[in-house]
Design a protein around this ligand. Structure first.
Ligand code: NAP
Length: 309
């Protein structure tokens, strides 16, 4: 493809923005708000992210679009069905972020159970001078349920075995070669587990998969960890369960309406709140950026994506 026109949907970090600007014939959507309605037919390739996505409305304005290269592994913000129906190919950045996201999940398991973030606040606020921090809950040897057992879920399991945890997983189809025990019934998994970690995709199929009933099954001694997508959890039910003490704690990297987080959670020591930083390390973000460019170049040169959805 000779010098295609690439649409950048939203701002990325400077290094990524500069490389896009330098190496491609680029349109920055936020700088030219009417571009799609006036000249959408000029666009050959979209560069976006799990955060910015590419909506069905945007797709409809780009009749000559051929490929979408996305930064991140989640694709719930991209109109995948509409794109596929038109033969538009999509790439994400799988695998290169598994380790960091799995590290984040284990970090949240430990921090929520042992309340390290809250203990740190206890020290900083001078409260140690008035007494010890209350006892917390053990992690090693406990039961870990993983919802969504793909690339990231399996890396979470690998780490948890180092903590001698008993592991079971839930997803739509059993993975007989995984070496871990499958649980077809999500409620049964939540009832069994001490920790329920979410690592499934977002989108309509998993919307509020974790509702009041599942939270009640996890119970007053159970801890929910979400590194998947905020939409997977009924956030109102989660806040209500934590307020009522019918759920033991929650470690959350993702929320239903990011960057807005329910303020009711702010004062709870058994809740850890992260600003969607699962993959946010220098090393992993660079690897993700490089994979976007590798996909972009492979599509331009050979009409093929390296990591197609
Ligand atoms: P993946 O390899 O595609 O794995 C997804 C897993 O979820 C599969 O095991 C799939 O198995 C299962 N699944 C799909 N639909 C399900 C459903 N309705 N109910 C239960 N399980 C379901 O994806 P991945 O690379 O591990 O990434 C997983 C998700 O993590 C991403 O989609 C993204 O939303 C999230 N993520 C978050 C961050 C962060 O910064 N916090 C970073 C990266 C990714 P079946 O198809 O057999 O059900």
């Amino acid at each position: 493809m000779s010098r295609p026109t690439v649409l950048q949907v939203g701002r990325f970090p400077p290094r990524f923005n500069e490389r896009l600007q330098r190496d491609y014939q680029l349109v920055r959507l936020w700088e030219q708000k009417d571009f799609l309605s006036e000249r959408g037919a000029d666009i050959d390739i979209v560069v976006t992210s799990a955060r910015y996505g590419c909506s069905a409305e945007q797709l409809a304005q780009m009749p000559n679009l051929k490929a979408i290269c996305s930064f991140g592994v989640g694709y719930d913000s991209i109109a995948v069905d509409e794109a596929k129906a038109r033969g538009i190919v999509i790439s994400t950045t799988p695998d290169v972020l598994n380790e960091c996201v799995a590290d984040t999940a284990i970090g949240l398991v430990i921090d929520t159970a042992r309340q390290f973030a809250a203990s740190d606040r206890h020290v900083r606020q001078g409260k140690w001078l008035n007494g010890q921090y209350p006892l917390t809950r053990k992690v090693s040897g406990k039961k870990l349920g993983i919802v969504g057992f793909g690339r990231i879920g399996k890396d979470i399991a690998k780490r948890a075995t180092g903590f001698d945890m008993e592991i079971r997983y839930h997803k739509r189809r059993e993975d007989p070669d995984s070496g871990y025990r499958f649980e077809a019934d999500l409620k049964a998994l939540a009832t069994w587990a001490d920790f329920l970690v979410l690592a499934c995709p977002g989108g309509a199929a998993t919307h509020h998969l974790i509702d009041a009933e599942i939270l009640a099954a996890l119970g007053a001694n159970g801890i929910l960890v979400n590194i998947a997508r905020g939409t997977v959890v009924d956030e109102q039910a989660l806040v209500a369960a934590l307020q009522a003490g019918t759920l033991g704690g929650a470690g959350l990297d993702v929320f239903e309406d990011e960057p807005r987080v329910p303020e009711a959670l702010f004062g709870m020591p058994n809740v850890v709140l992260l600003p969607h930083v699962g993959s946010a390390t220098e090393e992993t973000r660079l690897a993700m950026e490089n994979l976007v460019f590798d996909n972009l170049d492979a599509f331009i040169e050979r009409g093929e994506l390296i990591t197609p959805l």
